[in-house]
Design a protein around this ligand. Structure first.
Ligand code: ZN
Length: 195
């Protein structure tokens, strides 16, 4: 008779391995990365407020508001630039490169409505002292960026612990975000269709 307990353990280990592989694959093989693409989240003009909603560009799911943005500088960034189109605030956009040569422009957030994939990985972190997990869209599963937690924390923590700590943050890929006011400007009914 197969030992149920060891089978369950094996399945658990397998699940853990698969999740690790997915996080790793997401970091190194971004599906939809287009280096030349304009930054939709911060560069598409128009007036906005600090409460500007930031959406998943792929499905429109609400991810964060402008006030969730919080600059976390990294000495590993290839470059850093300012952008002022979210609520007139200065938003720092940093450029990073992963070990496979893929570059990502990211904005750092205090919190965001994303799905995280623990256990966290200590290797190849863009923020020294922090481990990362992949962060995906809760609705369409698009890879949106990474979440960071202190390296000396356990690899797997609860969502609550992540959210409540001041030592955690996220780096979301600018090209995968869309500003809500830009999205609604796409949906404005032309004058001629109104009665
Ligand atoms: Zn989405």
């Amino acid at each position: 008779m197969v030992h149920k307990r060891s089978l369950r353990l094996l399945v658990k280990q397998l699940e853990r391995l698969i999740m690790q592989y997915i996080s790793f694959a997401l970091l190194f093989h971004p599906a939809a990365y287009q280096p030349g693409e304009a930054c939709a989240a911060v560069a598409e003009g128009g007036t906005s407020s600090a409460a500007t909603l930031l959406l998943c560009r792929a499905c429109g799911h609400e991810l964060a508001v402008g006030t969730d943005i919080n600059f976390v500088p990294s000495r590993l960034a290839l470059s850093s630039r300012n952008d002022t189109s979210i609520g007139g605030r200065r938003i720092n956009v940093q450029l990073f490169e992963n070990p496979h040569g893929h570059q990502f422009e990211v904005i750092t957030f205090r919190k965001a409505n994303v799905t995280q994939h623990w256990p966290a990985n200590k290797h190849f972190s863009w923020f020294p002292g922090f481990s990362w997990t992949a962060a995906t869209c809760p609705r369409c599963k698009t890879h949106l960026g990474w979440a960071f937690q202190p390296t000396d924390w356990p690899d797997t923590i609860t969502e609550n612990r992540f959210e409540e700590s001041e030592h955690t943050f996220l780096a979301l890929i600018t090209q995968r975000l869309l500003r809500e006011d830009f999205a609604s400007s796409l949906l404005v009914t032309p004058q001629s269709f109104k009665s």
